[in-house]
Design a protein around this ligand. Sequence first.
Ligand SMILES: NC(=O)c1ccc[n+]([C@@H]2O[C@H](COP(=O)([O-])OP(=O)(O)OC[C@H]3O[C@@H](n4cnc5c(N)ncnc54)[C@H](OP(=O)(O)O)[C@@H]3O)[C@@H](O)[C@H]2O)c1
Length: 294
Amino acid sequence: MKVIVTGSLGNISKPLAKQLIAAGHQVTIISSDKNKTADIEALGAKAAIGSLADTGFLTATFTGADALYAMVPPNFGAGNLRQYMGDTGKSYAEAIQKAGVKKVVALSSIGAHLNDGTGPIKGIHDVEGILSGIDNVAIRFIRAPFFYVNLFNDIPLIKHQGILGANYPADARLVMVHPTDIAAAIAEEIEADFTGKSVRYIVSDQTTTTQLATALGTAIGKPELPWIEFTDEQTLNGMLQAGLPPEMTKNFVEMGTAIRSGVIWEDYDLHRPATSGKVKLHDFAKEFAEKYNA
Ligand SMILES: NC(=O)c1ccc[n+]([C@@H]2O[C@H](COP(=O)([O-])OP(=O)(O)OC[C@H]3O[C@@H](n4cnc5c(N)ncnc54)[C@H](OP(=O)(O)O)[C@@H]3O)[C@@H](O)[C@H]2O)c1
């Protein structure tokens, strides 16, 4: 099959492209950075360099494809994150229709059933809605929870303050996933026959914030690493001081409130998958320790 992979050589897209190429598919990877061309070609894929915001470029790249993996990249510079995500969704929708793509596997998020109160996930909710409005295209939405790899961003907090934390409490529930488990699920869906619009959750492990801190702390030689609950205001100010733009900060704090209340997991609990991904928290803890000690 001819498969288009968006998301460049990112957390999900690189292992996904490798898996698809190994299975004999012709893969084109979209990147906005021409300097990635050689690395993309080294995988055995074709590079298509351009922006997801450029509908003409997307239409030309999608034309002739049998399947598309569609994701909305993070955008720390967006003045209005929800609008940026919706605009990217509209660009996808127009290009998918013009190019005549019939099968799409779209990255979504746990919590995307909610229209509000979830920070960046509100934008993914909108993208699901926009893509669901396209007729005659089969779309599987892959709803992923919290990526383990987000925790690499907390390495400075652990190194400088000896804590891990956010605006949700010790013993708060966390559902987590490794990008390689997401990639495996997407590859499976790209090869599957499906029709209409549907949702699949992919999860690697379930834990609590305290268990998370203990697992990561043990792996880096700090088994007493505590999980500290910050107020929303402390979280906001901490992220601003760390240099995050106000729009992202506001969204991350709001997402934390949805984890704190538990509403983010509601739909997942009604539609839990029968199987889970391979990478458990103790596996990721080793990966985390390598990064921490590098
Ligand atoms: N983090 C979470 O916990 C979580 C949970 C659920 C869902 N998600 C979803 O997962 C996404 C991140 O997936 P990921 O980690 O696999 O991605 P990633 O590693 O952040 O990679 C995304 C890549 O997309 C490329 N890109 C950025 N802007 C572009 C543009 N305008 N046009 C074309 N390419 C562009 C960039 O590569 P180049 O520089 O090469 O262009 C970037 O490295 C999030 O944005 C969110 O939608 C995340």
